[in-house]
Design a protein around this ligand. Structure first.
Ligand code: KG4
Ligand code: ZN
Length: 338
């Protein structure tokens, strides 16, 4: 099975997925096991950090066995261990880091700490064998909304960020208020397909001219106000229409800013990354805009947009090639800049 390939094990535990994958040569997925905790956190309407950490601890050994088994490997075949060391829920990140360090120490396998956000960008390397930096990326997740100029593997300059809520966070908060519950993003995405995107006119906050920053707290508040006012008047709130109109506004802003950046930077390629890039409306909006602008769009399949171990393995492979291994003092960080 192993042949001459360089095998990286990628470990991801920064939020509510316990995920481990085996990847050959930084590009080819041999296994990608994701144990989701969504059913547990759904009861509480969102991720409960303490529960997430405990579940990671309970799950991680089984997820590891499954990831090795599906790839037909043993730990003796593994050349490198990559692990998310931030940003994320600190207790959750720690479980992955402690596991990775224990495996590294016990088996003498080199260890590399990966920035979760570089992991998201790296999901694209697993899908597009020809893709290499530099390129622009739109990174949209539960904690981040950024336009970044990716200058090399695991290196980038941030050209725009959210000034308040992350895009995924806005999805999750709106979903909670309209009664869709957790996880909000996929539920709004599904409902939006059945709704009228022009039923409500929600704000498209573009900020100052020339800025690549974002702001999503205004639209979130607007949705909440509109829904509450309708309810108070005893009017029926059509959830699908609220979802479709909210999504249309968010997608318009993301697509417009991304395309402005493409033009300004003279780029011919843009990459999508992070959980919200699994969104049907955003993928369609970016496809249409990219086609119109004559540029190439890269988007991982939805399962690689949300948290997974394969993206961490790919990022680790390239980090190790350039910078070598980390030592066992590797720590976990709740906040970690790009
Ligand atoms: O990247 P990710 O899995 O975890 C973080 O690093 O945050 O992103 C999770 C976020 C959540 O806010 C979730 O609601 C959102 O991505 N998300 C979506 C979709 N799937 C996940 N948002 C919109 N549409 C989706 N289909
Ligand atoms: Zn993530």
């Amino acid at each position: 099975m192993k042949g001459k390939s360089f095998i990286t094990l990628g470990i991801e535990t920064s939020c509510d997925e316990t995920a481990i994958a085996a990847v050959a040569d930084g590009r080819k997925i041999l296994s990608n096991v994701i144990s989701t905790q969504i059913p547990i956190h759904t009861k509480f309407g969102g991720v409960v950090p303490e529960i997430a950490s405990r579940r990671h601890l309970e799950n991680i050994n089984d997820v590891l066995s499954e990831a090795l088994g599906q790839a037909d490997l043993t730990l003796d075949d593994v050349d490198l261990i990559g692990v998310t060391y931030g940003p994320g829920l600190i207790g959750a990140v720690l479980i992955g880091v402690a596991t990775a360090k224990a495996l590294s120490f016990a088996k003498g396998i080199p260890l590399v700490g990966v920035n979760h956000m570089h992991g998201h960008v790296s999901a694209n390397y697993l899908v597009y064998p020809d893709l290499e930096p530099p390129f622009l990326a739109l990174v949209v997740s539960g904690g981040h909304t950024n336009l970044i100029d990716v200058t090399d593997y695991n290196e980038c300059t941030v050209i725009g960020s959210t000034r308040d809520d992350a895009c995924g966070e806005a999805y999750d908060k709106v979903a909670r208020v309209i009664g869709l519950g957790y996880p909000g993003g996929p539920k709004i995405d599904r409902a939006a397909k059945e709704g009228n995107p022009r039923a409500y006119e929600f704000k498209r906050v573009m900020l100052e001219k020339g800025s690549y920053d974002f702001s999503f707290s205004g639209i979130k508040t607007q949705v909440l106000n509109v829904v509450n006012q309708q309810r108070m008047r005893g009017e029926e709130v059509r959830t699908e229409d609220v979802c479709a109109s909210f999504q249309a506004a968010v997608v318009d802003v993301l697509v417009e800013k991304a395309m402005e950046a493409v033009h300004e930077f003279g780029e011919k390629r843009i990459v999508m990354a992070g959980g919200v890039s699994a969104n049907f409306g955003l993928r369609k909006g970016m496809e249409d805009a990219a086609e119109k602008a004559g540029i190439r769009l890269y988007k991982p399949k939805p399962v690689l947009c949300t948290d997974n171990g394969a993206m961490i393995a790919s990022a680790a492979y390239y980090k190790y090639r350039k910078h070598g291994a980390d030592d066992l003092t590797l720590d976990a960080y709740a906040d970690l800049p790009y």
